[in-house]
Design a protein around this ligand. Structure first.
Ligand code: HAM
Length: 441
């Protein structure tokens, strides 16, 4: 006997059977609704791109260790997209002259990174991307993108205390390295990576990493003050680039009612090389899920990798894996219930079958999804199978009932069954379904 093939999906990826797919669709539809309410329009693009679009400005870690790339049959080196931002910049650049600005675009691509799978981290994930390009005033675009991030979580049922947006500005860190620590530019990434690790390592480890990178005790104290001093530190150090901008942005967001969702955190480093202005990450505050729910920032130089013009741009990506963990932890993940469905039983004779098809078509035309029995099985078996598929109601009409213009309608959850005139199917289903019908419309 030959050995059977594995039924498992590839490491770090997921199959979506109907129950999981239904939940995913519900969550994604809710995201889309919120994003569209801000005027964003949906885009999509190929999953494969020329590798060059990632080499310049995506993070070193992604390009060197995580990218899925291959040589195609025409000797081109291509990559399966590990992120959407270079594609967004490429697409904008391709039509830069004709697109009315600002552009507000969103997409929900599947992205591939060769990661060690773990909690909140897989090799394939779906990521909601929202980006604004070419805004007349980048300050307002920054404010809007953060408001959108907050509204997305609120529309999924999250409350204020369950998440926090941690915000900083690329220039603040760079300027601190240069003006306070007097570090040469080539050392900035090493120190930034150590700061990025701070929450995950002990105080002693943090100090020994910094010493090894050449930061003396005075420098280390300055780093601690910088990391823990909050907005007060920024106010006291106005000559630090980006400090004034960030303070102003925080003030606008506060006046607009978003302050409780926000915290300035100079430790938000973000690994991508293309960020030039604000950078932010959104975290679950429960302590259950340590990975960020969103990551984003301003990237004003990425479009100029494609065209001469420099275009300001800001956006974020929110992954489905971390989002679902978050929704589950806070018990706001929508259930896997099916859309309201009617089952139409079938009968053995051809005349009956024509009638069942007609009935199912008419019910669908009335706006109610209807699934038809496809087998010669006994009625009881058909109904048991329909109940097993979580269908709410069965409509039964043999030719004798057809002649009388009536149907039997059976609630498959309660077993209740009544005979009604055929033209009352919709009303009866609505009445029997109660609230559920309204909420699912
Ligand atoms: P990122 O920080 O790499 O940013 O990813 C954003 C989010 O995608 C993360 O917060 C996380 O929810 C999810 N994510 C990333 N990698 C994985 C993974 N291996 N498994 C599961 N989830 C993951 C970017 O990708 C930027 N391009 C976002 C952006 C858009 N910046 C501007 N516009």
């Amino acid at each position: 006997m030959s050995e059977k093939l594995s039924t498992k999906p590839y490491k770090g990826t997921r199959d979506f059977y109907p129950d999981e797919m239904r939940q995913r669709t519900k969550v994604f539809s809710s995201l889309e609704k919120t994003v569209r309410s801000f005027g964003f329009e949906k885009i999509d693009a190929p999953i494969v791109e020329p590798i060059e679009i990632y080499l310049a400005k995506t993070s070193e870690e992604i390009v060197n260790q995580q990218i899925y790339s291959f040589i195609d049959r025409g000797e081109r080196r291509v990559a399966i997209r590990p992120e959407m931002t270079p594609t967004v910049a490429r697409m904008f650049s391709g039509k830069a002259r004709e697109l009315p600005r600002p552009v507000r675009w969103f997409s929900i691509p599947n992205l591939w990174r060769y990661e060690q799978p773990g909690k909140g981290r897989l090799r394939e994930h779906w990521q909601l991307n929202c980006d604004i390009l070419g805004a007349p005033d980048e300050f307002l675009a920054d404010a809007e993108i953060i408001m959108l991030a907050v509204e997305i979580l609120k529309s999924l049922g999250a409350t204020q205390s369950q998440f926090i947006v941690k915000l900083s500005h690329r220039e603040i860190l760079n300027s601190f390295f240069e003006k306070r620590l007097g570090l040469a530019k080539e050392n900035w990434p090493t120190i930034a990576r150590i700061l990025d690790k701070k929450e995950k390592i002990s105080g002693e480890e943090f100090s020994s990493f910094l010493s090894a990178a050449g930061i003396d005790a005075v420098g280390q104290e300055q780093i601690l003050n910088f990391l823990t001093g909050g907005l007060q530190w920024l106010r006291e150090n106005p000559e630090i680039d980006g400090a004034g901008y960030l303070l102003e942005l925080m003030a606008l967001l506060e006046k607009s009612g978003y302050s409780e969702h926000l915290a300035y955190d100079p430790g938000v480093v973000r690994g991508f090389d293309y960020y030039t202005g604000i950078v932010f990450e959104v975290f679950d505050t429960s302590g259950e899920n340590r990975r960020s729910l969103f990551g984003g920032g301003r990237y004003d130089k990425l479009v100029s990798a494609f065209i001469k013009e420099e275009i300001n741009a800001v956006g974020f990506g929110m992954g489905d894996v971390t989002l679902f963990d978050f929704l589950q932890t806070h018990q706001i993940l929508p259930g896997p219930q099916r859309e309201l469905q009617v089952f139409v039983a079938s009968f053995p004779t051809p005349e009956d079958q024509v009638n069942s098809f007609r009935l199912a078509r008419e019910i669908r035309n009335l706006g109610i999804p209807a699934e038809m029995g496809l087998g010669p099985a006994k009625l009881g078996k058909q109904l048991a199978e329909a109940a097993g598929k979580k269908i709410s109601f069965a409509i039964i009409q043999g030719l004798e009932e057809k002649d009388r213009g009536v149907v039997q309608i059976k609630n498959l959850e309660t077993g209740e069954q009544v005979e009604i005139p055929e033209e009352e199917i919709v009303e009866q289903v609505k009445a029997m379904a109660g609230d559920r019908y309204d909420t699912q419309k």
